[in-house]
Design a protein around this ligand. Structure first.
Ligand code: AMP
Length: 211
């Protein structure tokens, strides 16, 4: 099955993509993850995109579209994939449409209030980058990671920035959702019912058993 996962930041789409990929035995492709790997390995592309990711801007289409096209052409994608982080605008929807024929576009719905709550409760270790959530996955020692590093609230997880990220998200999401709705492959799921229940709803709507 060829699937894309859509949803606001903090909707859990990365987690669901991972779980779904394991279940359906297809690769999980995250464009953000590919960029981060290239930056870590200091490839030519990684060096080119580092400052763009640092600023939180979108990597230009010339780079992103080619990268996705090449990745989807790899042999492990022959039976399907779970793609997350792409498309992020209408241009990318149209580009993806020329690369492959999707089966479903899954949209994980989470209210702005819940996103704000989840992201403001997120804490990142300043040393090893491990992520905690004060509500669901709190650290054993307050303010400290298990590696001993201090836990911080990321600048872009601060309430005033979250509001802006949500505005940016909604602006780009409307045409994307409309694009897949028109194609008749948009599937809406409730992202506020707990990780396992969200997965079950997705699998049910895909007609796959959760065994
Ligand atoms: P993510 O992990 O999905 O939040 O992506 C991290 C960063 O990678 C984004 O802030 C962008 O700089 C870049 N990125 C990921 N996916 C895309 C995309 N589809 N188009 C352009 N830039 C992207």
């Amino acid at each position: 099955m060829k699937i894309i996962l859509l949803g606001p930041p903090g909707s859990g789409k990365g987690t669901q993509a991972k779980l779904l990929a394991e279940k359906l035995k297809v690769p999980h492709i995250s464009t953000g993850e590919i960029f981060r790997e290239n930056i870590k390995k200091q490839t030519e592309m990684g060096i080119q995109v580092k400052s763009i990711l640092d600023a939180g801007d979108l990597v230009p289409s010339e780079i992103t579209d080619v990268m996705v096209k090449n990745r989807l052409a790899e042999v492990d994608c022959a039976n399907g994939f779970i793609l997350e982080g792409y498309p992020r605008n209408l241009h990318q929807c149209e580009a993806l449409d020329t690369m492959t024929k999707l089966d479903k576009a899954i949209n994980i719905n989470v209210s702005d209030e819940e996103v704000t709550k989840r992201l403001s409760a997120r804490r990142t270790c300043s040393k090893c980058k491990k992520i905690y959530n004060l509500d669901f996955n709190p650290p054993k020692v307050e303010g400290k990671c298990k590696c001993g590093g201090d836990l911080i609230l990321r600048d872009d997880d601060k309430p005033e920035v979250i509001t802006n990220r949500l505005n940016v998200y909604h602006e780009s999401a409307i045409p994307i959702l409309e694009f897949y709705k028109t194609k008749g492959i948009l599937v809406d799921v409730n992202g506020e019912v707990g990780l396992e229940n969200v997965l079950t709803e997705i699998l049910n709507k895909l007609g796959v058993s959760n065994q």
